[in-house]
Ligand binder design. Sequence first.
Ligand code: CA
Length: 338
Amino acid sequence: MNKVRCIESDCLKKRNSKNNEKSQYDVVHRNSRVSVILDTDIGGDIDDTWALGMLVNLSAYNIKMVSTVSYDAVYRTKIVAKFLQTINRTDIPVGIGTSTSDQTGAQRDWVEGYDLEKYPGIVHKDAVGAMAEIIDSAADPITILCIGTFRNIAELFRRYPGIESKIRIVAMCGSVYQNIQGENTPIPEWNIVEDISAAQAVFRKKPSITIAPVDVCRSVRLEGEEYALVRDSKLPIPQMILEQYRNWTRCHPELGGCPQQYSSTLWDTVAIHLGLSTDFLEMETLNIRIDDQGYMRIDNTSGPVHCALRWSDLAAFKKYLVKTLTASKTLPVRSSAS
Ligand SMILES: [Ca+2]
């Protein structure tokens, strides 16, 4: 198992001594950055867009690639590329992952006419192959932040046997004890149930894996003054997020978004945080397998999974999230990236 340590930042220095699990895998190499690949189904639920904005503002991450997965992966990659181009971060390669249909989503208008061929950075047409090259050439284990289905990672394991020992996965997925309402009735969560066989294949390989399940992610919504700091920011990342949040809410009024007053549930931001630290969270290591209906089952023959199961300080996480999203170190927005 990769030894995981913690990167310090103003918000992360406060440690929670009650968290006995923390010392076993709490992140990363002090004084070095965490090399990551973000694997995302951006363009569906809006939380991936918030997660991407969070990721690029965390200087502790060395972003090797942002890859996309499921439905129309080219549509998803266009969103990533335009987002990165708008904030002058075309040093980050993008990768077109596995498509499962030609279905796009609520952010299609935002990338209407965007030409992926003109992205100034690298566009990998085979994201899984690019993942393998990045992993093989890296001196340290690569962290894959998985905030979509496990299809790309399952394909990575299938095409490159043994590669699972060289990576660490941090994923938003699953429901261990609680459902979205906080009741003690686990559910088959979206990122798993959308591709159950892929999730099963990944968990069966017993990689180093840390998860942010529904149990904790369901509580991450910004409202009140904290939400207003993001909504009213003039910086390019919050502005892009809000523009797309408004589009998403217009397309999906049934999902309860309210751009004037509060965010939707920001599931994937917890995985972005967990890639660096387990601060604010209570962790447990459980042996988990995925059953044929997409439920997580505790099974001692399965591999260990580091699970964030409860918040130790949700308010502090939200404060940290807002501070990260509204950090001003990114360059001014370009007039047009398309
Ligand atoms: Ca997602």
